[in-house]
Design a protein around this ligand. Structure first.
Ligand code: SF4
Ligand code: SF4
Length: 272
């Protein structure tokens, strides 16, 4: 049972460990849940419930919602939670972080964003608990879950060269959180229609060039990017250069897809 765990303690431990290896500032965000987990939780959800639930999330400002099961491989730092599935959702990064540029102010805005999104996740979790579901919030700032890969499995988008999830709605301009649950019939995604995105990234590499700290290192032979977490100032100074440079953010999904199709047509002609 989730209530028996000292989850705060686990997270604190994770933050200390992760911060010793990265540049991320040690900020903690308290659990603002108001509802306890139910003593006899239910594990089945109806379509009507999910429809209402999604409307509620959209009203709260959530951009995308997806569902995923078999989540254990996404737990980080050796953590193990007694939950089988997750509700994954995204929240848009506010424009003011981009406008102010990396530094103390951007980081302050970044922390505000994590606090607000985290509180929203606890509110959503309370909504579920109140209706009989057992939950555990994976806070967007805490390194308990590999959010990008969890969202990838949930079919929310693809992972770009920046290492960030690119979604059709807002490209890489988002934070991701999850609520872990034990619901056996969530409508999990069976396929991902964004598999073309990593191929497009091979023609782009704009995020690599935009990174002010050489945290994204491109291997030209393999076309892969190595992320040097220690050099990244995204979570210590609110840097968002790799997001701002991304055409999925600047021009939108449809425009990039059209460009990709043109590139493919041209390269096909060259081969012929
Ligand atoms: S957040 Fe900034 S430092 Fe980190 S990878 Fe992106 S551009 Fe580079
Ligand atoms: S900037 Fe270009 S290479 Fe980087 S994630 Fe976006 S599309 Fe991919």
């Amino acid at each position: 049972m989730a209530d028996n765990w000292n989850f705060d303690g686990l997270v604190q431990d994770v933050l200390i460990k992760s911060n010793s290896n990265s540049c991320c500032a040690d900020v903690s965000f308290p659990d603002t849940s108001r509802i306890e987990n139910p003593i006899s939780p239910i594990d089945y959800i109806t379509k009507e419930f999910l429809d209402d639930f999604e409307i509620y999330l959209k009203q709260l400002g959530v951009v995308e919602i997806a569902y995923v099961d078999d989540i254990k491989e996404y737990f980080m730092h050796g953590l193990d939670f007694d939950f089988t599935s997750a509700i994954v959702f995204s929240y848009e990064i506010s424009q003011r972080i981009h406008e102010v540029g990396a530094g103390a102010k951007a980081q302050e805005y970044n922390n505000d964003l994590y606090r607000d999104f985290g509180n929203l996740a606890y509110k959503i979790s309370d909504y579920l608990r109140l209706r009989g579901f057992e939950t555990l919030v994976a806070h967007p700032r805490e390194e308990t879950i590999d959010f990008s890969h969890l969202a990838l499995k949930a079919g929310m988008g693809a992972i770009g060269k920046s290492g960030l999830l690119i979604s059709p709605e807002i490209g890489p301009n988002q934070k991701i959180a999850a609520i872990l649950v034990n619901i056996i019939n969530l409508p999990v995604s069976e396929n991902n229609s964004y598999e073309w995105i990593p191929d497009y990234c091979n023609y782009c590499n704009l995020c690599v060039r935009a990174c002010p700290n050489d945290a994204l290192i491109l291997d030209r032979k393999t076309k892969t990017v190595r992320f040097k977490e220690k050099l990244c100032i995204g979570c210590s100074e609110g840097c968002t250069e790799c997001i701002q440079a991304c055409p999925f953010y600047k021009k939108g999904y449809d425009t990039v897809f059209e460009k990709y199709e043109k590139i493919k047509r041209k390269s096909k002609k060259v081969i012929e």
